[in-house]
Ligand binder design. Structure first.
Ligand SMILES: Nc1ncnc2c1ncn2[C@@H]1O[C@H](COP(=O)(O)OP(=O)(O)OP(=O)(O)O)[C@@H](O)[C@H]1O
Ligand SMILES: [Zn+2]
Length: 612
């Protein structure tokens, strides 16, 4: 979407509700007995999707099952403005949205994850002209670049809406007519300072010297137009009542929104006389609908099924209201003030929550297409892969606050967490299992953990991760999962199974159990981190001897201890995440490769590999 007004310039315990819980418990007991007697291959079949309810009683669980059936979790990213291809900032919101969508799917919710592109307006027409193509051709190319990036980043969206889609146009016109029928549209002259990059008239008091837009650092131009206006001021009181802490998150953004509203909302123009590239105003073909009025409706038109009769009502009944609009803080005013009032005027429900996250910055400025100070996500994905990119930005930037990117930091975080704490732990455990147990688990993980407190600490950390995911604290969720990995490494180091194996007899039996405990820990990590780095987690699952179908059907309820059964055969150990070598080292060739080896030998992780 077009960037907007900015205020300043730095601008079970959990009840596991299996469809047939009795069947589940009988089955697991039977398996249990068998696996105590034999070492046999026992690959569990894909589990049915369970519905998970946090710290809930059975009654709550039933209620939530009903809710899950009737109410989808509808999550949206902004519809990105196709004035230029996507950059890391656009990718950031979409990665976060995908992690939230994947987490909700793990909980058993029906999820509708909506993304797309905003394709009308003056800025697009100008970008197309500069590229020597027609606006539509330009939109086709850039919109495709978004789709390609989402694929490369493992984004599993359900709906991709383009605002040039004819079904969207029909819905916008119908919505406009409804608002008109409510008496909320009138015609007037308007004169003001306009930022084309924001696609918005600005208040002089928000601007920098020379009337520069604080976000785009370019002078706003004086404009005078005869436009249609939306009577936002009529909704002053209703907006004051509606905008509570449940509606706008994080809470410090709510304060921002409340202060805008308290200072008095003003009507805004919803048509342009000077812009051809847009949806014509019903009954006045000389004007086009303002790009924001048009684009926000993409959240609703995205929901309509191609098979349905095309109108606002059918689209709304396919999932509206949205559960969560995920946006950057730059477009908060549009989502938390204009959009609710527009919906009230049309007699439609409001979204349940708007979450405005912070900016990825470069030298303190918002990274953006208009300023051109962007990081190219295709380069990052090409160099480091989607799992590392997704993990780094979700782990490193607290969701809600701003964050800066540095390649050194990227490499050190990803190597320490994904290659060492997680990848290396799996690899050395599988190495020991291969050497000492023919890659086969000797016992059920539930039995292996009897009498240890380790299982309890893992379950507590998983629960911590769940709560953080629920609260959209994605960085803390990653941290909790990583703590599980740290706990696994400490357990391994304390127990030193490699030396127990050497002792033989009871010590070796204990060591074989320890390996089951660590691998069960890895299984739990693979589910708990799958919203963030799905590819990596699938590779972990595959190493544990599971099928892709099994992984795809997994649910959060399976983070409960006890999934690995005795007799299960693990795959051949193979690194699931390749350590990223620092470029300078790579460039310096053999000499520095030697240094890397030396450094690795000194690191605790490398020592562990040697032991394994
Ligand atoms: N630097 C950034 N940090 C985080 N999110 C960003 C960033 N830049 C863009 N986004 C995401 O994209 C949305 C804005 O989309 P838009 O297509 O207008 O991109 P833009 O790069 O901000 O454009 P422009 O630079 O022209 O203002 C934001 O609300 C946010 O969701
Ligand atoms: Zn601007």
């Amino acid at each position: 979407m077009a960037a907007a007004a900015r205020i300043n310039c730095s601008s079970v315990q959990n009840t596991l509700f299996f469809l047939n819980p009795l069947h589940y418990s009988l089955n697991s007991k039977a398996t249990h007995l068998r696996t105590r007697l034999h070492f046999r291959r026992n690959i569990p079949s894909p589990s049915r999707r369970a519905v998970f309810c946090s710290t809930a009683t059975t009654n709550d669980a039933t209620r939530q099952v009903n809710e899950a059936v009737s109410e989808p979790f509808v999550l949206t990213t902004p519809l990105y403005y196709v004035n230029a291809p996507p950059h890391m900032g656009s990718a950031y919101t979409t990665i976060a949205g995908d992690a939230i969508a994947r987490f909700q799917r793990l909980l058993g919710k029906k999820v509708i994850f909506v993304t797309g592109t905003d394709e009308h307006g003056e800025k697009i027409a100008a970008a197309a002209a500069a590229a020597g193509s027609s606006p539509k051709e330009h939109c086709d190319v850039v919109s495709q670049a978004y789709k390609k990036l989402w694929k490369d980043l493992d984004i599993a969206y359900d709906k991709f809406i383009r605002t040039t889609d004819p079904k969207h146009e029909a819905i916008v016109k119908e919505f406009y007519s409804r608002v008109h029928a409510s008496g909320d549209i009138y015609r007037a002259d308007y004169e003001g300072l306009y930022c084309v990059n924001c696609e918005e008239y600005k208040d002089e008091k928000e601007l920098l010297d020379n009337n520069c837009c604080p976000t785009h650092l370019k002078p706003c131009v004086p404009r005078k137009e005869d436009n249609y206006f939306f009577a936002l001021s009529k909704y002053q009181n209703k907006l004051e009542e509606t905008l509570t802490s449940d509606f706008v998150k994080p809470s410090f953004r709510l304060n921002e929104v409340q202060s805008w509203i308290k200072s008095g909302v003003r009507d805004f123009s919803i048509s342009r006389a000077s812009v051809d590239w847009g949806i014509p105003v019903p009954n006045d073909s000389k004007q086009t609908i303002y790009v924001w009025f048009d684009a926000l409706l993409g959240y609703i038109s995205a929901l309509s099924e191609d098979t349905e009769e095309l109108n606002l009502q059918t689209a709304v009944s396919s999932g509206w209201p949205a559960t969560l609009h995920l946006i950057g803080k730059d477009i908060l005013r549009f989502h938390a003030v204009y959009w609710p009032a527009m919906l009230m005027s049309a007699g439609l429900d409001l979204p349940k929550m708007v979450f405005g996250h912070g900016f990825l910055t470069k030298d303190g400025m918002k990274m953006g297409k208009s300023l051109g100070n962007t990081i190219e996500p295709n380069d990052l994905v090409g160099k480091f892969g989607p799992d590392a990119v997704r993990y780094f930005f979700l782990r490193e930037v607290e969701f809600g606050s701003d964050g800066d990117y540095s390649e050194d930091r990227f490499i050190s975080i990803v190597n320490a967490h994904l290659a060492n704490t997680i990848g290396n732990l799996l690899n050395r455990t599988l190495g020991l299992l291969k050497k000492n147990c023919q890659s086969t688990l000797v016992i059920d993980s539930s039995i292996a953990a009897e009498g240890t407190t380790f299982k309890d600490s893992v379950e507590k950390l998983v629960e911590k991760a769940r709560v953080h995911y629920e609260n959209l604290s994605l960085s803390s969720a990653c941290e909790a999962v990583l703590e599980i990995g740290n706990a696994g490494n400490s357990y391994m180091d304390e127990r030193a199974p490699w030396s127990l194996f050497k002792q033989g007899g009871a010590a070796a039996e204990a060591a074989a159990k320890d390996l089951v405990i660590i691998l069960e820990t890895m299984r739990i990590i693979a589910i708990a981190l799958s919203p963030v780095s799905p590819g990596l987690c699938w590779r972990i699952y595959a190493q544990l001897g599971f099928s892709k179908d099994h992984f795809d059907a997994s649910t959060w309820s399976e983070t409960k201890w006890g999934g690995l059964k005795g007799g299960q055969v693990m795959a051949q150990p193979k690194p699931v995440f390749a350590r990223i070598e620092n470029q300078t080292e790579a460039e310096n060739g053999v000499e520095s490769a030697k240094k890397v080896v030396k450094r690795k030998e000194k690191s605790p992780q490398a020592q562990r590999t040697v032991e394994a």
